[in-house]
Structures are given as structure tokens and as C-alpha cells.
Ligand binder design. Sequence first.
Ligand SMILES: Cc1ncc(COP(=O)(O)O)c(C=O)c1O
Length: 396
Amino acid sequence: MDVKPSNRVASIGAYAFAAVDEKVSELKAKGITPIDFGVGDYQDPTPRLIRQACKKAVDAHATDGYPSYIGAQSYREAVAAWLKRRFDVTLDPKTQVASTIGSKEGIFNFHEGFVNPGDTVICPSPGDPPYKRGTLFAEGKVFFVPVTHRNKCEYAFRRIPDEVARTAKIMWVTTPSSPLGYVANLSFLARAYEFCQQRNIILASDEAYSELYFTREAPHSALEVAKDNNFDGVVQFHSLSKRSIMTGWRVGWVAGDKRVVDVFKKVKTNIDSGTPNFVQDAAAAALADEAHVKKLRGMVKRKRNLICAALKKAGLKNCKNPAGLYLWHKAPDGMSGEQFATLLIEKCHVVTTPGEWISDTVDGENPGAGHVRFAFVPPIEEVKVAAERIAALKLS
Ligand SMILES: Cc1ncc(COP(=O)(O)O)c(C=O)c1O
């Protein structure tokens, strides 16, 4: 028979990170073990307290069967309690919080609930791929806002055309931004909220990296600017992946406007069967502990400082990320991101992601051009080796 993908699947290119994985496999096939700063997936273990909580929970849930589609009440309470402590926002765990199978699932499927064919979704470029992919699978159109070191990831709202705003159903913001690592201040979040409120657009804030910051003040949440308005039209997406080294556990949440959360719950009920209860228990234990998060933050900062210092020594202009898991670094003058990434693989056996691969062109320009992304995920000893090799390069 003739096996043909749907038009929707056929129109979509390879997932950028699958291409990165391929590059790593090619090197390994040549007998070289690269130091992998490519995909944002920690190579350090999940903290012991979380694994212990999970082991206990497996027995406690021996006869549970399917989990709840929207998360156990105890997990949603743990999320609401954390949000209260961290952002001083009060959400009803019953109606304003739902679990996700990690943010990727939640973000992708969210569009199904709100986007009709031809509707628009406003997304940052570069940005997390599910904003765009979820929109396209829901047959919507994407309007990209470029986020760069120049604009520090703040959107120029007046440059969003009226016809885009009229047909937009969702606007995505990411704070801290990813991969650039800028922390949105309350004034930007308030302006984003006002823009969306005036145009009946849902403000969806992806805050997956909110705990990885190197600034004195912890990042704010978009929930804060809508808290006196019962979170009208705002939802936060969050996840345990980056906060607690739980990328493999697939657990996160959406929280905010009850009516928006309700629609999302309806979508989920039709798509999946939720996160296993023992994983939710482990996630609740992770949310109750800040010590491991503090330690992780320190560790990511050390890795970031090593790589930044090495790039500076090699002759590049120093450029530190204020938050997040990534360094979005400019390539040497005259080099594309892909060329710089290739040089790093060949000369240092260091894998990074070329900026062009993970950014979409806006007004004829790719904001990722001439950049590479380092994900601070290899163990610290490997980061030290990578830093020595990079520092020995002559890049200017
Ligand atoms: C900005 C951003 N949001 C969300 C996610 C999804 O994280 P997860 O699906 O592991 O919760 C990622 C993953 O790297 C990300 O970079």
C-alpha cells in the first residue's frame, strides 16, 4: 500500500532536536564521545528525595488504575501551595489548576481548545517549538514576534498589526525567555496583559525556567498581574522538568483562569489519561523542597560562568544569560550559527544547537542567525573539559 502522512504532518519539517540527536549519534559512531550541550536535558540525576518519594508512592498506588485526567487533588493542592509561596497568588486547586504530562504536552494540546482554522497565535521567535507546532496542528496561523538580545525579549506591541490582533486567540510569552534567558519585569507582563485584555486574547505564559535565575530578584509570573482580576484570561504553564531535574518524569501544570483551565481539561479528557499518580506524588514532594532547587541553581550558574569565561578567553564578546538553562551566544563575526556549531564539534567535540535551527524567520530575517545555543546540561566535570577546549580557540 501507499503510506501517506496527512497534509498536516507532511508540511512540518523534522523536529530540530531530532536533528541534534542525529549529529551526536554520528560522532559516537566515529568513536568520539562528544560533550553534549545540544538538547536541554539534564545529564545529572534527579534528586534523591524525589526518587525516594516515588518509590514509596509506587506501593501506595498499587491498585489505582488510570490516574485522573487533570491531576490528583493532592498534586493540584501542592501546586497551588507552591504558587502561593513563590508568587503570592491564590488559586483554587479544584478549579484553577490542572496537571499536564510535562509542559510540552500541555502547550501543544492547549491550542486544540481555542484555535479554529485561520485563527492566529502570537509566538516568540526563537521560542519553544510546541507554540508553533500546536498552532499548526490546530490549523491556526502563527504570527512571530522576534526576541533578541537587542529587545531583551520584550515585544513591540505597536508592531503587531491590527488584523493579527483581531484574529489572535492566544499570545505566548516565555519568562524567563528561552533560549535567551531574559526575565520579564512586571511592567512588561502588565503591558502584555493589557494588550490581550483589550483584544480578547488569552495570555499564556510559559514559565518553565522560573527557578533557574542568576539575578538578585526571582522572576515574576504573569499570574501576578492578573491576580486582582481573578486571573481573567491568563494561564501559566509550568513543569517540574527544569526546576527539579525531572525531564523524564513528564509532569507539569497549567494554572489560572478557571474558564480557560476548564476548556483545557475537556481537551485532555479526550486525548490522554494523565500523569501516573506515583509521579504526581514525587512531584508534590519536589515542590515541597527548595533546597535541591537552590543547589541546582548554583550548579547551572557555575557551568554558565565556566562557558562564558571560556568564550571570552577565546576572543568573543562576553554575553551572559540572566536566567534559564541556556546561553544564546553570537558566533564570531562572519560566521553563521551552523558554521560556529560545526567548528565547536570539530575542534572541541562540543555539541551546541545552531540558532537558525530553532528560530523562525520574521520579516525576512531569522533572529537566530549567527547564534548558537549552549544548554548547561553536561555534568560539571565535562563542562570544565569543554571550557578548557573552547578557551584554547582563537575566535577573533
Ligand atoms: C521554554 C520551554 N517551555 C517548555 C518546555 C517543555 O518542558 P517539559 O515538556 O519537559 O515540561 C521546554 C523544554 O525544553 C522549554 O524550553
